[in-house]
Design a protein around this ligand. Structure first.
Ligand SMILES: [Zn+2]
Length: 342
């Protein structure tokens, strides 16, 4: 599908031009300006134009009229160095040169919430749920579903056999575009062969962090500014994954939130209201389970083991063992079976 995008450049020419722009009023009357390599009739516009269109695929570019850039392409073809701000989600995009946001050494998204900015660890914050405020308002405005096409959830958030699944798995094909959910800054572009595979972690301006795992290819660099809807990588099957899918996490101060409480994966829309309230009791009600799971201890069944024998050994009761493992006193134990004892 070919969209004609109307593109308004913010009146910040002096900031984003490669060389300082000399004060000159932009043309008031809309007028088509032919811009070619040899065009030197208006150097300022030429320079700006080059800065604006660097890296843009050939054929995508349409024309510059006044200070408005008309682009003829699909959303996917929009060049990454330009930041896409979806206005009405369909036809209007405001493009801003990424270099405006190039220097981010001093501030990062949600600096008032997060104690540090780190490119290595997914959760370096050491902020357990118990230490959070009882309720925290978070704006979900501007949300963009990470996939272009609706697929289906292959695995939900929560317990999985002996571990906790901190995200939601959604079916994708290798090479599918994966998009950022909100505006923010890329904190990690990582490789975790036994877990996430290739993954991207974004800290958003609204205070949430999202993780996109099992990518075939991340398309960003750490510390880059990113906007909602911008393609951050391609879907894949890397890491601990069977069958290509996107592993999607939403976290607040390192603590995972069930994405299904915020996102409606069936429709690719928000489930929660835009003025969302994170609550300790509601949003993090799984926290108790996680705590228990972390304290959990297992016994591997060996020849001659009985439930009463195992109970004695771990100073617990047969009744407790049955409850923890959802088994009956008369259940037959298998060799090698893992029995939770604590
Ligand atoms: Zn997963």
């Amino acid at each position: 599908m070919l969209l004609l995008l109307w593109v308004a450049l913010l009146p910040m020419a002096g900031v984003w031009a490669r060389k300082p722009k000399h004060v000159k009023e932009p043309p008031v009357v809309e007028q088509e300006v032919a811009v070619e390599e040899t065009d030197t009739t208006d150097l300022d516009i030429h320079d700006d134009f080059e800065a604006m269109t660097e890296g843009m695929p050939v054929g995508v570019l349409s024309r510059l009229v006044g200070d408005t850039l008309f682009v003829n392409c699909t959303q996917d073809e929009l060049p990454r160095f330009l930041i896409v701000m979806t206005d009405d989600g369909e036809s209007q995009y405001r493009l801003m040169p990424a270099m405006l946001w190039g220097d981010t050494s001093s501030t990062h998204p949600a600096d008032s919430i997060y104690p540090l900015w780190m490119n290595t660890r997914v959760n370096p914050y050491q902020t357990p749920v118990d230490s959070l405020k009882d309720s925290i308002p978070v704006s979900l405005k501007g949300f963009v579903y990470p996939l272009k096409n609706l697929t289906y959830v292959t695995s939900g958030f929560g317990f999985r056999k002996y571990r906790f699944h901190y995200g939601i798995d959604v079916k994708v094909q290798v090479g599918d575009s994966i998009r950022a959910s909100w505006d923010g800054q890329v904190r990690i572009v990582g490789w975790d062969p036994r877990g996430y595979g290739y993954y991207v972690l974004i800290r958003h301006d609204n205070g949430l962090e999202t993780i996109y795992g099992h990518l075939s290819r991340p398309l960003l660099e750490e510390n880059e500014r990113i906007y909602a809807g911008e393609v951050l990588g391609l879907g894949g099957n890397t890491g601990r994954s069977t069958g290509s899918h996107l592993h999607y996490e939403i976290r607040y101060l390192g603590n995972a939130i069930d994405p299904a409480t915020i996102v409606d994966f069936e429709h690719g829309t928000l489930r929660a209201p835009e003025d969302y309230l994170i609550t300790k009791k509601g949003t993090f009600k799984h926290n108790e389970e996680i705590k228990q799971l972390k304290q959990a201890q297992y016994h591997k069944v060996r020849q001659g083991d009985t439930l009463s024998g195992i109970a004695r050994r771990y100073h617990t009761s047969v009744r407790t063992l049955c409850k923890l493992n959802n088994i009956k006193e008369t259940s037959i134990l298998r060799l090698g079976q893992r029995i939770r004892v604590r």
